[in-house]
Design a protein. Structure first.
Lengths: 367, 367
């Protein structure tokens, strides 16, 4: 008998965390990171208009945020040319994925995702008693054909797909993604995580079809809009599906400050464009750095680059570990064969110069 | 067959929201509220030190918050003289109650609470398929004896108790609460919601016993610390119980800005003391206003006062409705006999003068 009156699902659930945060690693190392290039945060920061809006809203922080997130939700509906009833705003994509799993996952249900893709989704699936079925990536891309085949085979309730993919930065174009959407079997739902979509080429995201009850799409202000610490994201889908999320979400959960910041961010698309350009330059720079050391940067449509270190997982691990000792925070994919890569988030020009130096030193030490 | 592949629990779950937020009401009314005295927010605002800390942290908003909430968690442990492992920080009490229900509620489980007490807890219980059992209040107080009797009778997994109570503001002293803690039956868990505890007399909260695995206690920065819009609260309990929450919580869910604000708030106990004094004065003023119109204010240990309008629910409803038409936002209890009350949050001196005038006009109109 368990020590506490937890549910059957929780009784069988091991303790796990999807990610060990950089601050925890800093405390373990006993020193702060000088370069924070491991969490795919956006070092260029949010629009100055967003910062001003958040500063002003601090004087209202004694008030709960709008439980409907009305203003940002309306702005998002207009921006994406969908209805107000097709958008739900939540405490980041992580929370929205959590609500989605609350709604659709229960013991006996099968969920399909790609091996090595976003672990926080898997955390929520397991936490609700679901059975995860993994398909391998193909050439370091999530593989649409395998994903669909597995979904049909196991009669998956949820099929997760990220475009662009984290941790690889690989992506599919809108026609391929449309094939995935159209191929999602009846009775199942496609969870399309587009956290990094603003960094991707124009033809990456298919248009929104808000009549399709088989797909939910997730976006965030954490990445391109550089507001990771504010916890605000959104989900777009068919109205009835969005209404289901209303049944379980934490209605007063989105910070008042974050709502104001997100609205101002969205309204400053010029700034977003500048950020996206800087990120593109950073990706190129990371490609050059990789090449300089005989490594290979995988083309990326996100704000990070997966770099093939062309040996094995242990080698990649030693690089990540040795960089941490030099106060440089990066991460790496966890699943073979992607685990011979390291994953480096784009930083400022200066950040990347420092990274170049640190990597050179580490590689010289490792031999 | 449902239109979407929702779980059995969700299929049977009606759409509901615990509260219709003031902004939604404003949009329905077509005008903003001039007096916002209905959400038990703290109009006196957070410590200037907290505002400064949050302002400074805005420059770091591109970074995720610390996933352990280490600094504020350590400060809370020290403040309450418990271990780091006895504290978990979350996105407000609402989210922490949600995690608690995820852990302990499943179909077939019985949950006990008081009729008319905090509806968001009930929302989470129903959302996880639990069976709610209600006991009536006694003299407008949650009734410890009835609560315990019902918990024993139904073999409740969770027993909810708020001290002070919302919406009535009534409370029990530490000896009575200790009786409740000690009487919680084996196999069950006491969910002790102390959202308003800082406003209550010194002898209201019993000491923390972090060896007791039958109780979790919930506190927040939304009320006395005036940071409702920042979404940050915490839960204290026996270490193993707190570790269970780790299994399901959203690890990167607490805003970086909110963590910094909460830490600075906690460190400014002098400011907190001033706020508590102002709230006490506000309660007295609300008592005078009530008396002036022949109403009766229930003694309150929170930042709001329940006022007995001495007629029936319809009368209280007309007062709330007529005040809303005058752009004054208050709420009322929903359950008979408490539904003959109105509930008014403490405002500034000027707020309460305006409230007095508006109430006078409304009562004159209603006759």
């Amino acid at each position: 008998m368990p020590k506490y009156p937890v549910t059957c699902i929780i009784e069988n659930l091991p303790s796990s965390v999807p990610f060990v945060g950089p601050e925890i690693q800093e405390r373990q190392l006993g020193k702060p990171f000088v370069l924070r290039l491991g969490a795919n945060e956006n070092v260029f920061g949010p629009s100055p208009r967003a910062v001003s809006a958040m500063q002003e809203t601090l004087s209202e922080i004694w008030m709960y945020g709008d439980s409907e997130c009305h203003d940002i939700r309306r702005a998002l509906a207009s921006f994406h040319d969908v209805g107000f009833e097709n958008v739900v705003v939540g405490e980041g994509i992580d929370a929205l994925l959590g609500y989605t799993c609350r709604l659709f996952v229960e013991p006996g249900r099968k969920i399909v995702t790609s091996k090595g893709s976003y672990p926080t989704f898997n955390f929520h699936v397991s936490g609700n008693g679901g059975e995860l079925h993994f398909v391998p990536m193909k050439a370091h891309h999530e593989d649409i054909d395998s994903v669909l085949a597995k979904s049909r085979e196991v009669e998956a309730t949820l099929t997760y797909f990220s475009n662009p993919n984290n941790p690889m930065g690989s992506w599919h174009n809108n026609e391929e993604v449309q094939k995935l959407i159209d191929g999602t079997p009846e009775g199942g739902l496609l969870v399309l995580d587009e956290a990094y979509i603003e960094f991707a080429p124009q033809n990456t995201a298919p248009g929104f079809d808000i009549t399709n009850p088989k797909i939910l799409r997730y976006r965030t202000f954490s990445k391109a809009y550089a507001m990771a610490g504010a916890r605000i994201g959104y989900c777009i889908g068919e109205a009835g599906l969005i209404a289901e999320i209303e049944k379980v979400r934490n209605h007063f959960g989105v910070s008042r400050v974050s709502q104001a910041g997100a609205l101002a961010s969205l309204q400053d698309q010029q700034y977003l464009g500048q950020t996206v350009n800087k990120v593109e330059e950073g990706r190129e720079k990371l490609g050059e750095i990789a090449g300089k050391y005989g490594f290979l940067a995988l083309p990326s449509a996100a704000n990070f680059v997966a770099i093939d270190c062309r040996r094995d997982e242990n080698y990649a691990k030693s690089i990540v570990g040795a960089l941490a000792q030099k106060a440089v925070f990066i991460r790496m994919p966890t699943v073979n064969p992607q685990s011979r890569f390291i994953r480096v988030s784009v930083g400022t020009e200066q950040d990347l110069e420092q990274f170049d130096i640190a990597l050179g030193e580490v590689l010289a030490e490792l031999g």
